[in-house]
Design a binder for this molecule. Structure first.
Ligand code: FES
Length: 165
């Protein structure tokens, strides 16, 4: 029998074709694995970046009180601006001795408002909104709601604790 007659007698799907399919399957697995590794190498840092932003936001949202040291408190007729979580807030020390803590984020479009002691008002320079400096009530201009008012408590040491409730 000649060599040619042997190969003519081989059935289709013979070892050469099986080897070809095995190599293709192997290359498919290798390329698929490489693709997964590549996607992971790019996707994981993106995931961590987005997750850390969410974690940071959740941590800030959990903040329910802020402590201000006695030495940093404003004198009568003045104001101290501070951050409550990620939002601006103000502690107004009125001339009668009372202290009021309010959000300093305008309820219209979110500009930071300012206390004007000489005019006895809180003013938003963006669109002329005016609030009451004791209650935080919106009085004039476009603001639709009062400023958020916080609870102010003084500790035995003279520090001030400002909280949501
Ligand atoms: S943002 Fe304050 S009045 Fe418009």
């Amino acid at each position: 029998m000649s060599k040619n007659s042997k190969s003519k007698n081989k059935p289709k799907g013979a070892p050469e074709e099986q080897g070809l399919w095995q190599r293709r399957a192997f290359m498919g697995v290798v390329l698929g694995g490489a693709g997964l590794c590549y996607a992971g190498a790019i996707g994981y840092p993106v995931y961590r970046y987005l997750a850390s932003a969410n974690e940071k936001f959740a941590e800030i949202a959990k903040i329910s009180e802020v402590k201000l040291e006695k030495a940093k408190l404003p004198g009568p007729g003045t104001v101290l601006m501070f951050k409550f979580g990620s939002f601006p807030a103000m502690l107004i020390h009125h001339k009668d001795g009372s202290m009021v803590a309010l959000s300093a984020k305008c309820t219209h479009l979110g500009c930071t408002v300012q206390y004007e002691s000489d005019k006895n008002r809180i003013f938003c320079g963006c669109h002329g909104g005016i609030y009451d400096p004791v209650s935080g009530q919106n009085k004039e201009g476009p603001p639709p709601k009062p400023l958020t008012k916080y609870v102010v408590k003084t500790t035995d040491a003279g520090d001030v604790v400002i909280s949501r409730t």
